[in-house]
Design a protein. Structure first.
Length: 102
């Protein structure tokens, strides 16, 4: 049996397991770090950067309380970085991230 045949015969179970995994802390962390790398963020240790990001409660520029939102709001937590060098700068709200980009 080829892997393609196996997938077709077990597609429903495989997709159900993937859906459950995507909701785990490990998968969320992996997706977030991959997104940062895709956006050009450079770090010596993405694990510690992720922990810092997750535990930061207030914007480091305006001190507003940060939120985690599926739809981006002005208070949504963002990782601010230099787009030329990829260097991490701050954990900020979306509003400050937009202002800083101008």
């Amino acid at each position: 049996m080829t892997s393609s045949q196996y997938y077709q015969e077990n597609k429903i179970d495989i997709l159900a397991k993937q859906k459950i995994y995507r909701q785990t802390e490990s998968a969320i962390k992996s997706r977030r770090i991959s997104h940062w790398k895709d956006r050009g963020v450079v770090s010596q240790c993405f694990d510690s950067l992720y922990n810092y990001y997750v535990n930061c409660q207030n914007c480091e520029l305006c001190d507003i309380q940060l939120t985690e939102d599926k739809v981006r709001k002005s208070t949504t937590r963002c990782l601010d970085h230099c787009h030329r060098t990829g260097e991490f700068r701050n954990i900020v709200c979306h509003a400050c991230n937009i202002k800083r980009g101008k």
